[in-house]
Design a protein around this ligand. Structure first.
Ligand SMILES: Nc1nc2c(c(=O)[nH]1)N[C@H]1C(S)=C(S)[C@@H](COP(=O)(O)OP(=O)(O)OC[C@H]3O[C@@H](n4cnc5c(=O)[nH]c(N)nc54)[C@H](O)[C@@H]3O)O[C@H]1N2
Ligand SMILES: Nc1nc2c(c(=O)[nH]1)N[C@H]1C(S)=C(S)[C@@H](COP(=O)(O)OP(=O)(O)OC[C@H]3O[C@@H](n4cnc5c(=O)[nH]c(N)nc54)[C@H](O)[C@@H]3O)O[C@H]1N2
Ligand SMILES: [Mo]
Length: 557
């Protein structure tokens, strides 16, 4: 994020694009409400009438999978109206002429055929966004879970440059990232192409620095594979072993059947987790780890914020902290990795990462939290990026970007006439090992989850609210329960990906963005059918759930 989460409250315009904070981050959603109370205008671009859309000044109900066309049309409208910030463009950016040419075709009228958004709404939204004192874009998985994702992120960033809505407090662009520490995973180099601190593995100077610190002769110069590369790499024999720490790909990766096949093709699968999960059912070795509350460390928040967290209770049973397991494995491989505690690991890490160098344990403790970049021990961190409009490009100028819209890959047809999109719900979390194992939360919502469907589609298919339905794609078929609601438009149905029996990733397609390699979880063709014998279906559901729980070693109730 260019800015901080608390800064949301002081924005004068919040432009919320493909992000549903009310379900995904209730604490961020509270700040959106605070901003509204203080007079901010709220604009929401989402195909569903989310809670943010309900309270918004403007809701732009976009057709699923048309983001790039919409973003181009926003730029087109701003330029036609002359609402761009000419001085900003002149002084601080480059690539404007090519950008102008690229978006020229995307008049709001032309784009409407793709996006379904009325030109009048585009005009009203962009007038607010461009002219407001402090406009802040918040985006989420409605952007990134498409085959055209990175392009749209850059397109949204370009709207900031076009209007000068960046590089100041409460104004910029924020991917409101998923987990408490997904930002931390990236910061620490748990990505295939960088060392900690976003230092490219392809740069010989970086390799030399890390090799020296770690006392090894050399480090690989080629970026590794991404998580979504694993299935085809396994099939092609490029991978033999898979060591999975804190991830449940059978539940959370697209096309679960393909993932299971890949796991079974591998010679060795190691799962290191705090609970049994579906992936662990395919493991040769399970390494049980301690959970939050049982260990301490540092989390990075979505807004680049390092925060310490602490051990609250002694772990029970035969479990170890993740870092201890890694050290012990390294020793058995013949490499001395004998850190005494997490502070030692952290101190080594920041000594190798210029943008984290001043964020010692002691200073994080003193200040409560520190947002990187934090380069020296005098530096108190960076709440918002690009102060003085200096960007991280060779020319120090912001680069404009636009691209032609690329449609989603699997379109509806006669056999699979609807679109399936997959999202989140407030009560359960991702692979659901954590919330599903919590008695209270399971009481509030349990298998098989819901299919959100518009009343018109439900009528046509003879589907009744709360009844079980069958959902089928070219990859699989599951049963779930109908939630008939006009918050979703006709032609598109939604499932949440938390459910083990109503598992939407049995249905999703393995298509990825070429750069980020993130799957197109938000779009595939699907068929939905009513089930006549509800009693039989309910019994099947209970039997399948009990069977799975038994396999995962849980108490069956
Ligand atoms: N309770 C709960 N909270 C969670 C999680 C959880 O599982 N449960 N998961 C966490 C994780 S890992 C993440 S990454 C975050 C994600 O949080 P969000 O980014 O909010 O994720 P989603 O709900 O998947 O998608 C956001 C919105 O994108 C919209 N959308 C779908 N298609 C399009 C489109 O074509 N264009 C536009 N503009 N919008 C579209 C959907 O309707 C949805 O409202 O949530 C985190 N928080
Ligand atoms: N269809 C569909 N699929 C999706 C998405 C979607 O929108 N639609 N969203 C995607 C997104 S954005 C994300 S981030 C992924 C998330 O998917 P995953 O990362 O697979 O799911 P999580 O539930 O976040 O956690 C994974 C595992 O980490 C374990 N764990 C928790 N704490 C610890 C710990 O301290 N140590 C260890 N070793 N393990 C721990 C949990 O028990 C769990 O088994 O799902 C993706 N999958
Ligand atoms: Mo995520």
């Amino acid at each position: 994020m260019t800015n901080s989460i608390p800064e949301i409250e002081d924005a004068t315009c919040l432009f919320i694009f493909g992000y549903n904070g009310a379900d995904s981050h209730p604490l961020v959603a509270r700040r959106i409400l605070k901003a509204k109370e203080k007079g901010a205008k709220i604009i929401v671009v989402d195909p569903r009438k989310t809670e943010a859309a309900r309270i918004a000044d403007l809701w732009l109900p976009i057709k699923n999978g048309s983001n790039m066309a919409a973003v181009n049309s926003f730029a087109n409208l701003i330029l036609t109206k002359g609402w761009e910030n000419k001085e900003y463009i002149e002084k601080y950016t480059e690539g404007f002429e090519d950008y102008r040419k690229m978006v020229a075709k995307y008049t709001p009228e032309y784009a409407q055929q793709i996006t379904g958004i009325e030109p009048k709404l585009v005009e009203q939204a962009m007038e607010i966004y461009a002219k407001s004192d402090r406009s802040f874009i918040l985006y989420g998985m409605g952007v990134t879970q498409y085959n055209q994702a990175v392009d749209v992120v850059k397109g949204l960033g370009s709207l900031c440059l076009l209007t000068g809505q960046i590089a100041k407090p409460s104004s910029g662009i924020g991917p409101v990232r998923g987990q408490n520490n997904v930002q931390g995973a990236c910061d620490m180099g748990a990505l295939p192409n960088v060392f900690p601190g976003y230092q490219a593995v392809t740069d010989p100077a970086n390799r030399k620095k890390f090799a020296e610190a770690w006392g090894v002769e050399s480090l690989p110069e080629k970026p590794g594979y991404t998580l979504t590369d694993v299935p085809h790499c396994a099939e092609e024999g490029k991978l033999k072993a898979f060591y999975i720490i804190g991830e449940d790909p059978v539940q959370s990766d697209p096309d679960a059947a393909g993932v299971r096949k890949a796991l079974d093709e591998l010679e060795l699968v190691i799962v290191q987790d705090i609970f049994m999960n579906k992936t662990a059912l395919h493991a040769d070795v399970i390494l049980p780890a301690t959970s939050w509350g049982e260990h301490g460390g540092v989390f990075s928040g979505a807004d680049r914020r390092f925060q310490r967290f602490r051990k609250a209770v002694e772990a029970k049973g035969d479990v170890k902290d993740d870092w201890v397991i890694i050290c012990e494995l390294a020793e058995r491989f013949g490499y001395e990795m004998n850190y005494k505690n997490t502070e030692e690991i952290w101190s080594e890490m920041i000594s190798l990462c210029p943008s984290f160098a001043g964020a010692t344990y002691e200073r994080i403790e003193q200040l409560g939290s520190i947002q990187w970049p934090c380069r020296t021990v005098e530096d108190t961190g960076t709440p918002y990026l690009f102060k003085g409009n200096v960007f991280q490009t060779p020319s120090k100028k912001g680069n404009f970007f636009a691209a032609e819209w690329r449609p989603p890959v699997e379109r509806p047809d006669a056999e699979y006439p609807l679109v399936l999109s997959t999202v989140r719900e407030v009560g359960h979390y991702s692979a659901r090992t954590m919330t599903g194992n919590c008695w209270g939360l399971a009481k509030l919502a349990d298998e098989p989850g819901y299919l959100q469907i518009n009343p018109a589609d439900a009528d046509k298919l003879g589907i009744i609210d709360e009844e079980l339905v069958r959902v089928t794609t070219r990859r699989g078929s599951v049963i779930t329960r109908a939630l008939v609601t006009d918050r979703v438009g006709a032609g598109v149905v939604y499932m949440t990906y938390q459910w083990w029996i109503g598992a939407c990733n049995e249905l999703t397609i393995h298509v990825v963005d070429p750069i980020s390699k993130t799957p197109e979880y938000k779009y595939c063709a699907v068929k939905v059918e009513a089930i006549t014998d509800q009693k039989q279906a309910e019994e099947e559901l209970i039997a399948a759930y009990n069977d799975l729980k038994r396999k995962m070693g849980a108490v069956v109730s």
